[in-house]
Structures are given as C-alpha cells and as structure tokens.
Ligand binder design. Structure first.
Ligand SMILES: Nc1ncnc2c1ncn2[C@@H]1O[C@H](COP(=O)(O)OP(=O)(O)OP(=O)(O)O)[C@@H](O)[C@H]1O
Length: 250
C-alpha cells in the first residue's frame, strides 16, 4: 500500500504521434495542494486531463506508464467511478443551465441518490462548505447564471465536492476572476485541503506560493523540478525554473 493519493510512474502521452508529456513521475500525498506551473503549451492541462481520463475522449490520445489513484491501478477504475473520485474545476465556471440547487442535486441523482431529504442536506452543506450559502440562501432556486463569475466558480466547486471525491483538479480556476473573488477561492482551497487532495494549474506565481504545499515546474512536456513550494520559489535547483519564476520567459 502506498501512502500517496496519486502515484504516476513513467507517464508518456501522445496525440497521434506527437508526444506531449515525457516520462512524468510524480507522487502526491493526501490532503496536500500541488501547483503545476510552466509556460503555455508545456502540458499542464494535458496532465490534469490524463488523471480524470478526459483525454480518452479524444480518439487520437494514447498513454504509456502507470497511474495509481488511491491505491487502485488506473486501468481497474471505470470512467464513472473515476469521475466520482476525481472532480474537476475549469478555467471558466461552467454551471449547468439550471438553478443553483439543481446544479448540485443533479450530480447526486446521477450517482444514484434518491432520498430527497439527503440530497437537500448535501446541497446545503456543500453550499456552506464553499462559503456561498449565506450569499444565496434566500434564493437558492434562481438560475445559476444569475450568480457572479466568482460565485459561479464556487458553485462549480460545490458541485464537484458534493459527490465526495478524493481529488479535485483545478485548471486555472481564478484566471477569469477579479482579485477579491480570487482570494475567496484561494481561502476555500486552503479549507478544502483538509478533506481533499488538490492539484491546481496556475499562471500566477503568487497564487502558487499562497495556496500550494508542493510545486511542479513543467517545460516542454517534462517536469523539470518538483518539490516543496517554498524551496522551488526561494531556492530553485534548476536554471530553467529560476528563469521561469523570475519572469525571464513564459
Ligand atoms: N486534443 C488535443 N489534440 C491535439 N493536441 C493537443 C490536444 N490538447 C492539447 N494538445 C497539445 O498539447 C500541448 C500541451 O497543451 P496543454 O493544454 O496541456 O498545455 P498547458 O501547459 O496546459 O498550456 P496553457 O497554460 O496555455 O493552458 C499543446 O501543444 C497542445 O496543442
């Protein structure tokens, strides 16, 4: 048994014959936040999308290597079980065209929950967990589209945690948000790591230092350096890492 939530060994990924990720090795402990940084196009999103098998929806995608999630080999986990275990939050909030309430209840019903009282309890609890409840409690049945961008993003996080995942993947979750909404999401990430393991892609170096325990620096599909976030930012071992975090490229 590994103590890690995620173990990735010798991962290579391809779209057609173009190799995107090259020999990725990473181990992620439970209840930690890992930031993925690196210039545009270096493979950060591809890595996230490999972990929840979203890339498998692209028929040209191929991978080699081993991934273990919560001690289960990747190939043994079917897509439905995996998506329940591994939630994802995208760059642009993408609520369903439904009410705030239904945005969360819907996923629970899809995963087979029928008891409406229980569904109600989880909807309220997750809205509280993402600190949205007090802002919307008087009108929980209004359209999710009426929420601000920051509120929509918190709703999407609530939707992903409602089905009790182990892991939450966040692909630049604050890039479309103002600084105040961004800080709210960052505070939330800090709270969420008590219960979940989080991987966040960010182009914002301050954000990586604020929210993450560990950081992986990607360049051209490889992990150039990985380790404790403070170490990576204060004492990078590789010249490329230093160049990137000091803004010399990317
Ligand atoms: N479905 C796809 N089919 C073919 N190539 C793809 C596909 N998705 C991504 N790629 C390619 O994979 C490479 C890595 O892209 P990826 O989106 O993972 O980078 P990224 O580091 O997340 O970039 P950004 O920071 O701009 O989001 C790019 O060259 C991209 O064009």
């Amino acid at each position: 048994m590994s103590e890690n939530m995620i173990d990735v060994k010798n991962l290579n990924t391809y779209f057609n014959s173009t190799q995107i990720l090259k020999n990725i090795n990473i181990n992620i402990k439970p209840n930690t936040v890992t930031a993925l940084i690196g210039p545009s196009g270096c493979g950060k999103s591809t890595f996230l999308r490999t972990l929840n098998k979203m890339n498998n929806l692209t028929h040209t995608f191929k991978m080699t290597g081993e991934i273990t999630i919560d001690n289960e080999p990747f190939e043994n986990i079917d897509d439905v079980a995996l998506r329940k275990k591994v939630g994802m939050v995208f760059q642009k909030a993408n609520p369903f065209p439904k009410s705030i309430y239904e945005n969360i209840a819907y996923g629970l019903r899809i995963h087979g929950m029928k008891d409406e009282d229980k569904i109600n309890d989880i909807v309220i609890k997750t809205l509280k967990d993402v600190a949205l409840y007090d802002e919307i409690k008087d009108d929980i049945h209004r359209s999710a589209y009426k929420l601000s961008g920051g509120q929509q993003q918190r709703l999407c996080i609530a939707r992903s945690i409602a089905v009790s995942p182990k892991i939450i993947l966040m692909d630049e979750p604050c890039s479309a948000l103002d600084p105040i909404s961004t800080l709210k999401i960052e505070d939330l990430i800090y709270e969420l790591k008590k219960d979940y393991t989080i991987i966040i892609v960010t182009h914002n170096m301050q954000q990586a230092t604020r929210v993450s325990d560990n950081t992986a620096f990607f360049l051209n599909g490889e992990i150039i350096e990985i380790g404790d976030t403070n170490e990576i930012f204060l004492h990078p071992k590789k010249q490329e890492t230093e160049n990137y975090i000091t803004g010399k490229f990317g």
